[in-house]
Design a protein around this ligand. Structure first.
Ligand SMILES: C[S@@+](CC[C@H](N)C(=O)[O-])C[C@H]1O[C@@H](n2cnc3c(N)ncnc32)[C@H](O)[C@@H]1O
Length: 300
C-alpha cells in the first residue's frame, strides 16, 4: 500500500510551498470553498454517525461512531461548563451536527457560523428535526459583530484554516461575556521543526486544503491564549490513536464502501485525492509528528 501511495503522488507532483501563507479574506473564502463546497451528501457519507463530525471522535472499547462523536462533544460541554439556557457559538460549525447535539443534550441556545454556504440548509434541517434552538449563518468570524453576547465560544478543528489565530482569540474575547469560556480543539505539531519539514505527502495534504493548513505547536496556541487575556483552565490531550481510528475505521471505510456513489457526486479524481489525503494523514500520525489537544480558557 505504501508504494501505491507514493507512486500516485509521484504521478501528480505538487509544488513545494510553505505553511502560513498570507491571503486576503476573500482569498481565504475561495480556498475554503475548494475543500468544503462539495455536495453535502459527500461529507455526510464520509463522516458518518448521527452527528457527522468532520473532526476526531473519542473512542472507548465497543463504541459506535455516534457514541464516539458524542463522547468528544460531551468533553467540550464539560470543559465549557455548559448549563441550561446558556448561549454558545460554534465557529466552523460544519453541517450542524455538533451544535445540534449540544443544544439538545444540554438545553443551550446555539449559533453556528461557517464560510461554506452549502452546509447551511443541512444544519438548519437538522436543528428542525431535533427541535432545538440553534441558528446558522454564513459569515467569517472576522465579520461578526463584536459584542459580549456568548457564554462560550468553541471551535473543533477549524483554526488550522486561520492565518490570523491571534486575531481570532481577540475576537473571541470580545464576543464572550465576562468569565465566558473559549474551548478550542486542534492538531498541534509536537515540535516547531515540523513546520518546515514539508515532504511530498504533507504537501499533498496541504494542497487538498488549498494551502490553508496553518498547523502550529501547542505552545504557539497557549502564548496566544495568554496574550489575548484568557486564563488557561485545562489542556486535554487526546491520544492520536483516536484520530487514526476515526479515519481508518470510519472515514476511509465509508469512502471505500461508497466509492462509486461518491465518484458520481464529485468525480474520480476528487475521490482519489480525498482518499490519498486521509491515508496521508494517518501515515503522518504514525510518524508521531502531531498531538491533538482541547484547550479551555476563561475570559480574564
Ligand atoms: C474540519 S471542518 C470541522 C467542522 C466541525 N467543527 C466538526 O467538528 O464537525 C472545518 C469547518 O470550518 C469552517 N471554516 C473554515 N474557515 C472558516 C472561517 N474563517 N470562519 C468560519 N468557519 C470556517 C469550514 O467551512 C468547515 O465547516
Amino acid at each position: 500500500m505504501q508504494s501505491c501511495l507514493v507512486d500516485i503522488l509521484e504521478e501528480a507532483p505538487v509544488e513545494a510551498r510553505d505553511l502560513y501563507q498570507q491571503y486576503s479574506l476573500d482569498e481565504e473564502i475561495n480556498r475554503i470553498a475548494y475543500h468544503y463546497e462539495v455536495e453535502p451528501e459527500f461529507f455526510r457519507i464520509v463522516t458518518g454517525g448521527e452527528w457527522n463530525n468532520y473532526s476526531c471522535s473519542m473512542w472507548e472499547e465497543g463504541f459506535t461512531l455516534t457514541q464516539a462523536q458524542e463522547k468528544k462533544l460531551d468533553e467540550f460541554a464539560r470543559m465549557m461548563g455548559l448549563k441550561k439556557g446558556m448561549r454558545i457559538l460554534d465557529v466552523g460549525c460544519g453541517w450542524g451536527g455538533p451544535l445540534v447535539y449540544l443544544c439538545k443534550k444540554y438545553g443551550v441556545e446555539g449559533h453556528g457560523i461557517t464560510i461554506s454556504p452549502m452546509a447551511i440548509p443541512i444544519a438548519e434541517e437538522r436543528a428542525k428535526k431535533h427541535n432545538v434552538n440553534a441558528t446558522f449563518e454564513v459569515v467569517h468570524w472576522k465579520n461578526l459583530r463584536a459584542q459580549e453576547q456568548f457564554d462560550c465560544v468553541y471551535s473543533d478543528e477549524v483554526v488550522v484554516h486561520f492565518n490570523d489565530l491571534g486575531g481570532f482569540f481577540k475576537k473571541a474575547h470580545q464576543l464572550l461575556k465576562p468569565g465566558g469560556m473559549m474551548v478550542n480543539k486542534e492538531l498541534h505539531f509536537r515540535h516547531s521543526k515540523h513546520k518546515h519539514a514539508m515532504d511530498k505527502l504533507s504537501q499533498h495534504i496541504n494542497k487538498v486544503y488549498a494551502y490553508t493548513g496553518n498547523y502550529r505547536t501547542l505552545s504557539d496556541e497557549l502564548k496566544l491564549v495568554d496574550s489575548n487575556d484568557f486564563q488557561l483552565e485545562e489542556v486535554l490531550d487526546i491520544p492520536i490513536s483516536d484520530y487514526k481510528k476515526t479515519i481508518s475505521n470510519c472515514w476511509l471505510k465509508q469512502l471505500n464502501d461508497n466509492r462509486s456513489k461518491l465518484e458520481r457526486m464529485t468525480n474520480k479524481k476528487h475521490v482519489q485525492d480525498f482518499k490519498l489525503y486521509l491515508k496521508g494523514i494517518c501515515r503522518i500520525f504514525s510518524a508521531d509528528v502531531f498531538g491533538l489537544h482541547i484547550v479551555a480558557s476563561r475570559k480574564a
